[in-house]
Design a protein around this ligand. Structure first.
Ligand code: NAD
Length: 270
């Protein structure tokens, strides 16, 4: 079993309860974020895809997470049951982490124009973008004293990245949804933000044709010439989910070692 990340310990999340979605294994970004939140005293519930119990339960046990529920975000009954489970255990919550995305493998390669089907496009949108709207509605109903919601996106929403295709379009919708949700929920003291990490070695990346290339390019084209670290992404999540981030909402925060700021590199100079 994977080691728990050694994240900075403290009390920034002491007394705060919330939900982390999207833990599939020890490489999941949601797992890194959960490790950081737990190290700062948060009480966490995991919502995971049905069938992932064998992988998720040992990870939950490592962090002392006692509230777990299976959820398929495309199924309303499953969403109702999962949020009810957390409500019964926690009553109210202070934070919510949306770390969910999916597109058919066939849509994550080659020509965007040729390979994008209606069914695949709508499925990617449903799981990767609409689920955030649905989760925000359900989570905010459990935040009477305000709170903080984050989602995970990727720069393939802003620029055309080889093979990212339909997922890039879904991420663009997700980022716009972040701003609309921030506007709606702001008066209730609920902040909504998106983190945009560089490519990281996870199950989701493995589903993208040329995912390894995305990692290598992410490193070589970044300002810092290094991979995006789980510690960096989890640290940014902690900032946004704790009171440190109290005046920040509706933002898209890149945590990508400076990948998104670069123009052409020295090698490209004519
Ligand atoms: P991951 O595969 O570990 O996480 C994706 C999660 O989505 C999994 O836990 C999976 O079970 C869940 N999921 C998929 N369909 C679902 C459904 N119908 N219902 C409920 N859950 C469902 O990979 P990850 O890289 O940790 O991805 C987490 C988020 O980070 C995604 O939004 C991804 O797009 C984003 N992201 C990843 C990278 C990267 O390079 N890995 C970079 C930037 C952003």
């Amino acid at each position: 079993m994977a080691e728990e990340y050694q994240m900075p310990k403290g009390e920034l999340m002491k007394g705060k309860k919330g939900i982390v979605t999207g833990v599939a294994n020890h490489q999941s970004i949601a797992w890194g974020i959960a490790c950081q939140l737990a190290a700062q005293g948060a009480e966490i519930a995991f919502l995971h895809l049905p069938g992932m119990e064998r992988r998720v339960e040992p990870l939950a046990a490592q962090l002392g997470v006692k509230v777990l529920a299976a959820v398929d975000v495309t199924d309303d009954a499953s969403m109702d049951a999962a949020f009810e489970t957390v409500k019964a255990a926690f009553g109210t919550i202070d934070f919510f982490v949306h770390s969910i995305a999916f597109a058919n493998k066939d849509e994550l390669k080659g020509s965007f124009v040729e390979n994008t089907t209606r069914e695949g496009f709508l499925r990617a949108m449903d799981i990767s973008a609409f689920s955030f709207v649905d989760c925000s509605r359900r989570a905010s109903a459990m935040m009477p004293d305000g709170g903080s919601i984050i989602t995970l996106t990727y720069m393939g929403s802003e620029r055309a990245i080889p093979n990212y295709n339909t997922m890039g379009v879904a991420k663009a919708a997700l980022e716009a949804a972040t701003r609309y949700a921030a506007r709606d929920l702001g008066p209730k003291g609920i902040r909504v933000n998106a983190l945009s990490p560089g490519a990281m070695r996870t199950l989701s990346l493995a589903g993208i044709s040329g995912g390894r290339g995305m990692l290598a390019k992410g490193r070589s084209l970044s300002a810092m010439k290094e991979d995006t670290s789980m510690e960096g992404v989890a640290g940014a999540a902690l900032w946004l989910l704790s009171d440190l981030g109290r005046s920040t909402t509706g933002e898209l925060i890149h945590v990508d070692a400076g990948f998104h700021i670069m123009g052409f590199t020295e090698d490209d100079e004519g």
